[in-house]
Every structure is written in C-alpha cells, then in structure tokens.
Design a protein around this ligand. Sequence first.
Ligand code: NAD
Ligand code: GLY
Length: 347
Amino acid sequence: MIGGAFARAFEDYGELPHASQVVVVTNHVVAQLYVVQLVAALKARYQVVHIVKLPDGEEHKNWQTLNLIFDALLKHGCDRKTVLFALGGGVIGDMTGFAAACYMRGVPFVQVPTTLLAQVDSSVGGKTGINHPLGKNMIGAFYQPRLVVCDLATLDTLPERELSAGLAEVIKYGPIADMEFMAWQEASMDALRARDRTALAHAVRRSCEIKAWVVGQDERESGLRAILNFGHTFGHAIEAGMGYGVWLHGEAVGAGMVMAAELSLRMGLVDEKFVLRLRNLIQRAGLPVKAPVLDPSDNAGRYLELMRVDKKAESGEIRFVLIDGPGKAVLRSAPDALVREVIDACW
Ligand code: NAD
Ligand code: GLY
C-alpha cells in the first residue's frame, strides 16, 4: 500500500481484531515520525489506544526491554483481547511479536513495518524474539501477526545506512530462489538507492512473494525455511562478536553473504564469476563486503565459536546455507579448515 496507508488500511481491513483497547509499541525515533498518524487511524476503530515507547536499537532487543512491554500491558489492565501494534523496524516487530506470543499465553498483534528490512522480511513469517549476549535471536517463538500494514512512504525518512541494510535482505532472495530477481536488482540498484517508489514497490512485493512461498511450505523451519538465512550464520557471528548494534543486521548479512558465497565456491557448488557478481551487487547496495576482525589473536577461531551457537547448528556442528548453483540454496556442514580459509580470505 502506498502513501497514507495507516488511515486507509484501518478503514478497509474488516479482519482487524475487535478489542476495547489496543497498545502501539514503538521506539522514540519512530514515535516522533509516525505515532500521531497511526494513533489517529486506530482511534477511528478502537476506544482506547495506549503507546509504549522503547529505547531504540539492536542493543536493546533483550529481556529488560521486553519487560517494559509487559509492565505497560499489566499497568493498563490489558486483557486477552488487547491487540498490540508493532510500529517500527525489525527490532520493534520481533520484540512486540514475542511479547504478544507470551502475554496471557497469546494476544493478537499487527505488524506496521517502517524500515525496508522489516517490509521485505521481518514483518512477514512469524519469527519473533530477542537476542542473548551469547547468541543472536536465541530466545523467541513462532507467532504470526494478524495483519501486516506496509506503507512505502515511511521509507522516505529512513537514513541511507538503514536503507542499504534493508537491501541486504532483498539481495538474499535472488541467489537462493530467483535469479531473474537478482538480474532485476542489478539493473535497478541505482533506482532502489534513490528510493524510486516503483522500484521499491517491486522489491517489497517480490521479496514478500518469495518469503511467503518458502514459509508456506515450512513455517516452523524444519528444513526449507533455513534458506532464508543465507549469509546469516556468518552475519549473526559478526553482530554478536562486534556487540549488538555496532554493525547493523543488514550490514552483517551483506558481508555474511559474501562469506557464504566464498564457502560455496570452495565447496565446488558455484563458480568464481557468480561470487564476483554477488559481491558487486552487495557493494553497489552500499553494504560492506569485507568481514570485521573479531579477535586479532584467533579470528577464525572466534567466528567458529560464535557460529556454533547458531540455531541451525546440530550437536555443535555448524550448518551453512550455501548456494548450490545460482538460484538454489542448500543447508550443509563444511570442514572447519575450509571455513577458516574463507574467514581468513574475507577481511
Ligand atoms: P531497526 O528495527 O533497529 O530499525 C533501524 C533504525 O531505523 C532504528 O534506529 C529505527 O528507530 C529507525 N527507523 C525505523 N523506521 C524508520 C523510519 N521510517 N524513518 C526513520 N527511521 C526509522 O532495524 P531493522 O533493520 O528494521 O531490523 C533489524 C532486526 O530485524 C534485527 O534484530 C534482526 O534480527 C531482525 N530480523 C528479523 C527477521 C524475522 O524474520 N523476524 C528477519 C530479518 C531480520
Ligand atoms: N528471516 C529468516 C526467516 O524468516 O526465516
């Protein structure tokens, strides 16, 4: 939906849950930009609208911040019918969804994503949760939103760095599922970075179609869904190793996709031309293609240690999403020696 979506969405969508009160969960930055519009739209449907403002940033995606949501819900006497609205990026969406999954064992929630990353990925598919100092997104639940209301106009205020971070999750869909989409991105990267509405609309629509196709077959990630984590095994190690919020999630995924492509090359699954092509696209999106050093004394060892905490790991064996020929992904383990080679080659 483009422009003024909040008002229109809440007039049009009959399926919005009934409730006497609702709670908008957001952060201080997004609240200043959009909370007035959202609350005005909600007031046309709901008697009482509360607002909870959380601190902004990945470093606050934790138990302490989550508790602020529960404190507010209890303070306002919210019941099982209370609807939570997540207004913000992936951090707000993941935490609000998790709070909705837990409060009174489950209340309805609606995603109102305001970053590109949240519009193309995190608001769709029902993964919710928080970080632990030892591992990214390690505590959470699968819990689907009742509705996702996406207004491209909110992307106008997104800082450049955050737009690039969102493009990382758009880029990932090409190598894992749709090389035509990758070719379209190569032709459209300048338009995307210039926030051309038509280009952004196509990027959001196609990304959500691919994600829905994958999640529709494997909602709880017993197999296929893991391909959506292309670049994330290395990326999550970067985020946890640097300290949450130092590298943005999308930046870590950008460098992580280069590393996963390099590993695919070393495993004999793709050729060098493909790796260069992907690396070039990631670079053109304004994302890092070199990985940070996490430990100067044993960098590869530190990466390996952090990656063993990944949710895809089984009995301590790391499993990577690799590209098995352009447009197709597989989940595989890899010899530590090859992984070390990739880490040593990527910074
Ligand atoms: P974010 O939520 O931290 O938002 C990025 C920044 O942009 C924040 O400072 C935010 O306040 C600000 N912002 C949000 N909307 C804005 C707007 N319209 N204008 C100006 N500023 C705005 O980060 P993100 O990139 O949206 O999300 C990253 C998170 O999403 C990570 O925690 C990641 O793990 C998670 N994620 C979850 C899934 C999933 O399936 N649940 C998928 C991918 C990523
Ligand atoms: N972002 C990965 C997933 O939703 O599975």
